[in-house]
Design a binder for this molecule. Structure first.
Ligand SMILES: Cc1cc2nc3c(=O)[nH]c(=O)nc-3n(C[C@H](O)[C@H](O)[C@H](O)COP(=O)(O)OP(=O)(O)OC[C@H]3O[C@@H](n4cnc5c(N)ncnc54)[C@H](O)[C@@H]3O)c2cc1C
Length: 384
């Protein structure tokens, strides 16, 4: 088994790491506290085709896989999680269009998405359909050459700056679940914003609640087969971006803590020389590596088409909880200054708290993992 990245993967990581260090990190505190959309950063990521990272080259993207998505997402999240969220959710929409869309949809949507000139957002969760997505109430009814959509979406990250929302709606009776949900590419201007939530973190990219009232979209905006969108969604593994965001925050928290505790002196010595601090930092480093290894394993398995139910859930739980733990430790080890926005660590903690909830709460991932552990068939998969 070879744990090394390829030369190309290392070069990609270094490139994004340098960009994050030079362009994202210096602006992160201000963007976050001002609740300002990072449009210049995203524009630059578009020029570099990083917003088209996993979009095939024939549509203007870089044609990379999920390992590369995990690497890039970690780097961006280490700078500002909202940048990583905006990019990853956008690429998640592109992946569904690429995998299940028609040639015409790919040609219409993907080239603009690769450069971020056309921005995608995901409209799946609803007020009564969070963990239980199949409880969604949004409907789409066929009327001649159009579909008529009614309902709402509770959280749509990127919405305020997006062009199109991949919107999931019921198109069949509940008795047909899970084969009763379809997905549509709906322009953002067809929605009405109902609520811009005041959130604990992720301030620079908002996730408002939006409504659809008798919104008509042409029949060619249906993505994939009618009724199959929920099941097909499960085949797209871009969800690896959620643990990758956790790795990025956990790593940034560790790096900031090493730097700060090496400089900050109390009792005539750097606080990083106290054994209690050193053990805590060692544990933070262990969490980062474990989280990253699990995340890259899930991504690598998905890239080669292997089943990842168990691996993705393990990565999601470990990486997102490591992000919260490391951010919390980092804040403690920065003392009172960690509680201010003079440093990044208070943001890490606020942002990390989202990750154990979004992408399916960790409780659901524990269910998936437990099912896999109790399923004898998972034995062979885990040692593959
Ligand atoms: C800032 C933000 C951005 C988001 N962006 C998007 C987006 O772009 N697109 C989108 O579609 N969605 C988005 N979401 C929605 C997100 O995916 C949901 O919040 C998440 O799936 C959980 O749903 P819920 O919040 O309704 O929690 P609920 O389903 O109400 O669950 C509440 C809590 O109950 C517990 N719980 C639930 N089910 C179980 C169970 N079976 N066993 C044990 N415990 C359980 C968990 O602790 C869970 O956190 C976003 C959410 C936030 C907060």
């Amino acid at each position: 088994m070879d744990f090394r990245l390829t030369d190309d993967q290392r070069a990609l990581r270094e490139d994004v790491r340098a960009f994050t260090r030079e362009e994202i990190r210096p602006a992160a505190i201000e963007l976050d506290w001002n609740g300002e959309y990072p449009d210049e950063i995203l524009e630059e990521l578009g020029e570099r085709r990083l917003t088209g990272l996993t979009i095939p080259e024939e549509y203007g993207g870089r044609g990379e896989g999920l390992v590369e998505l995990a690497l890039v997402t970690e780097e961006l999240a280490a700078g500002l999680m909202s940048v990583a969220s905006a990019t990853a959710l956008h690429l998640g929409v592109a992946a569904v269009v690429e995998r299940f869309g028609t040639d015409a949809q790919r040609e219409t949507f993907l080239p603009g998405m690769a450069t971020f000139d056309r921005v995608g957002a995901l409209g799946l969760s609803e007020a009564n359909a969070g963990s239980d997505k199949l409880a969604m109430e949004t409907t789409a009814e066929r009327d001649g050459d159009e579909w008529v959509l009614n309902g709402h979406k509770e959280w749509v990250t990127n919405f305020l700056d997006a062009d199109v929302v991949l919107t999931y709606a019921k198109t069949g009776p509940d008795g047909d679940a899970p084969n009763n949900v379809s997905a549509f590419l709906v322009p953002t201007d067809a929605f009405e914003v109902e609520e811009e939530w005041q959130t604990l973190g992720a301030w620079s990219v908002k996730s408002p609640r939006v409504r659809l009232d008798d919104v008509r979209v042409p029949a060619d905006r249906l993505v994939g087969e009618e009724g199959e969108a929920y099941v097909q969604r499960g085949e797209v593994k871009t969800g690896v971006n959620v643990p990758a965001r956790g790795v990025g925050i956990a790593r940034a928290a560790l790096e900031d803590t090493v730097a700060y505790t090496s400089e900050r002196e109390q009792f005539d010595q750097p606080v990083g020389d106290f054994q209690g601090v050193r053990w805590r930092v060692a544990e933070m480093a262990e969490r980062v590596d474990a989280a990253r290894l699990l995340t890259l394993r899930a991504a690598a398995r998905a890239d080669r088409g292997a089943d990842v139910g168990r691996e993705l859930s393990m990565a999601k739980i470990r990486a997102t909880e490591s992000a919260v733990e490391n951010a919390n430790d980092a804040l403690q080890l920065h003392g009172g200054k960690g509680y201010t926005n003079e440093h990044h660590v208070e943001r890490y903690l606020r942002d990390a708290r989202l990750l154990t909830i979004a992408g399916g709460p960790n409780e659901l991932h524990r269910n998936t993992l437990a099912d896999a552990v109790f399923d004898a068939r998972s034995e062979s998969a885990s040692t593959e």
